[in-house]
Design a protein around this ligand. Structure first.
Ligand code: NAP
Ligand code: GDD
Length: 320
């Protein structure tokens, strides 16, 4: 029998890779989109005729219930959120509504419509924030450093709580940063690879960045959606940390990206306080050994391969 999945946030980076992955697995894929005066479906343009889209907003309970009733999914992947950390200081309440309370709306909708639906919540390594220990695993305490991180902690624990209160198959994937050529342009890796391409093509002169010392555990989004799916195939619901276990600085991203086009990053990158955050997460690094053990999951694409893949895609886009 064909399995049916519902992906909230299908127009986002992860939603588009997950839709590709589930179609490849033979799923019937449904996705939710927000009403907008212009359609922003670039990331799913290549599969537009193979997925069914439904209008839904995380702020609107009726729209959630209606979609769950109409689609009758086996699996729900809740990827929709306000996902850009700096915006969460400018719009803390909206971030809380989308990224925190939106999860409760999804869980309540699912509980009302069909408690047998399997539910994946997109939790985040931002929850570790001012890290209590390194590397971080499923037992590491949270210390979020942004309204986004605080909202994700709520989303994480409400998922755990509904699992324990109502016996739902609800899991939380604590994913470390993952990037791709489909990454939003405001996130640091894509901001860098896009600028490198434009500088190489003489369309841009300098690149202004914030904290070059910040370190992240960066992986490839295409590898990470596989882990999401594996979590929903388990016998029992459990939460997992997903990451590569290797840390690099923003400076490293610059070096690898500029080197790939034969340029010296130090000649083009300028530090600009406008991109510093009110509270910074200095470093994040995953211990994903539980995922390796129970999901048989490991990342495939290395940091260097990822950065080069993104530079190549941006070069091709800007050359056209
Ligand atoms: P993204 O590219 O920003 O995509 C977010 C998606 O959520 C978009 O499709 C967006 O729709 C949708 N959305 C936003 N607000 C909504 C609302 N009120 N109602 C319905 N849909 C809404 O994010 P991503 O990188 O794919 O990340 C996917 C999820 O994983 C997010 O929850 C993010 O917080 C989490 N996460 C990401 C990472 C990472 O490194 N990428 C790591 C850990 C966790 P529009 O197209 O209409 O804006
Ligand atoms: N965006 C951005 N722009 N970040 C910069 C810049 C800049 O010009 N300069 C330095 N940085 C630093 C940030 O201060 C941060 O420490 C790091 O680069 C990464 O920033 P982002 O790429 O914006 O990602 P993030 O780590 O804040 O959040 C992403 O990963 C989370 C998982 O840990 C997002 O995808 C979140 O949605 C996700 O949960």
């Amino acid at each position: 029998m064909t399995k049916r999945a519902l992906v909230t946030g299908i127009t986002g980076q992860d939603g588009s890779y997950l839709a590709d992955f589930l179609l490849e697995k033979g799923y019937e894929v449904h996705g939710t989109v927000r009403r907008s005066s212009v359609e922003k479906f670039e990331r799913i343009q290549h599969i537009r005729d193979r997925v069914t889209l439904h209008q839904m907003d995380l702020l609107d309970q009726l729209s959630i219930i209606t979609v769950l009733e109409d689609v009758e999914p086996w699996e729900v992947y809740n990827l929709a959120a306000q996902s850009f950390v700096p915006t969460s200081w400018n719009q803390p309440l909206l971030t809380g509504e989308f990224t925190a309370l939106g999860v409760t709306r999804m869980l309540d909708g699912l509980r009302t419509v069909n408690p047998d639906i399997r539910f994946y919540q997109a939790s985040s390594s931002e929850m570790f924030g001012k890290v209590r220990r390194t590397p971080q695993d499923e037992e590491t305490p949270f210390y979020p450093r942004s309204p986004y991180g605080v909202a994700k902690v709520y989303g994480h624990f409400i998922t755990v709580n509904y699992r324990e209160s109502y016996d739902l198959f609800a899991v939380s994937g604590i994913l470390f940063n993952h990037e791709s050529p489909r990454r939003g342009l405001e996130f640091v890796t894509r901001k860098i690879t896009d600028a490198v391409a434009r500088i190489k093509l003489k369309q841009q002169k300098v690149l202004r960045l914030g904290n070059l010392d910040a370190c992240r555990d960066w992986g490839f989004a295409g590898d990470y959606v596989d882990a999401m799916w594996r979590m929903l195939q388990l016998e029992e619901p459990e939460d997992f940390v997903i990451g590569t276990g290797v840390m690099h600085s923003v400076r490293d991203v610059c070096r690898v990206a500029f080197e790939h086009v034969g340029l010296d990053w130090e000649a083009y990158v300028m530090e600009d306080p406008a991109f510093l955050r009110p509270a910074e997460v200095e470093e994040l690094c995953a211990d994903a050994s539980k995922a390796k053990r129970l999901l048989d999951w490991e990342p495939v694409v290395s940091f260097e391969e990822l950065v080069r893949m993104m530079v190549d895609a941006d070069l091709e886009r800007h050359s056209g």
